[in-house]
Design a protein around this ligand. Structure first.
Ligand SMILES: C[S@@+](CC[C@H](N)C(=O)[O-])C[C@H]1O[C@@H](n2cnc3c(N)ncnc32)[C@H](O)[C@@H]1O
Length: 201
């Protein structure tokens, strides 16, 4: 785990209850619908950086079997309260799973604390764990900067990598599938989520 990730995970641990509460206010329906279009029902999906497990229920409603991985003990404790949750405490850059174990990977806001090189390594690891025609959903923050910012008074200051589409495409091992859903806006300013969908190369 690199220093920025360690600091971020420490913040999640320290504010786990509040972060879990806030996560429940986020609606991922448009993104889930898009992911479902590319991932067959019954698929085994890795929730990479699952946090408090807010997406386990919605992924299950889409017909997927989800396994969550995270490094924050505090957030994993919340995720463990979701009925039927399957969890592992692990680094998404070193997954404890064999090659081609998953049909899909759902990485909601979990790449945000990696710099470009680190995120490239994680994306390669996620592809290793994916079946050849598996799909990946990943969301990051839009921009061309890095630094420590407050995204919420609740959770406090954390280091973020902001991303532009071009560097993302140049480092990731996936083919970019343009996002076609409605309900997700791309804002060219710091702090808003930039969401895209990637399929196999
Ligand atoms: C912004 S939160 C998103 C959590 C969850 N996906 C959600 O949407 O509510 C980022 C999550 O990534 C996790 N995380 C960050 N770096 C990680 C790593 N290297 N391995 C596993 N989890 C990591 C954090 O602990 C945190 O739970």
């Amino acid at each position: 785990m690199d220093t920025n990730t360690a600091l971020a995970v420490a913040k999640y641990d320290a504010h786990a209850d509040k972060f879990a509460e806030r996560a429940l206010t986020l609606c991922m329906q448009p993104q889930l619908e898009e992911f479902s279009r590319l991932t067959t029902p019954g698929a085994l999906v890795l929730d990479a950086g699952c946090g408090s497990g807010k997406d386990f229920g919605p992924l299950g409603l889409c017909g997927f079997r989800a396994i969550g991985v995270d490094l924050s003990r505090g957030l994993l404790a919340h995720a463990g309260e979701v009925p039927g949750a399957l969890l592992a405490r692990a680094d998404i850059g070193r997954l404890p799973f064999p090659d081609a174990a998953f049909d899909g990977v759902w990485a909601c806001s979990s790449l945000v604390h990696f710099d470009m090189l680190g995120a490239g390594r994680v994306l390669r690891e996620l592809r290793r764990a994916l079946k050849p025609w598996g799909s990946l959903y990943a969301s990051v923050k839009f921009g061309d900067d890095t630094g420590e910012w407050t995204d919420s008074e609740v959770v406090g200051r954390r280091w973020f990598q902001l991303w532009l589409t071009v560097p993302v495409v140049s480092v990731h091992p996936f083919r970019l599938i343009p996002y076609t859903g409605s309900g997700v806006s791309v804002h060219p300013s710091r702090g808003f989520p930039y969401t895209w969908q990637m399929g196999p190369a």
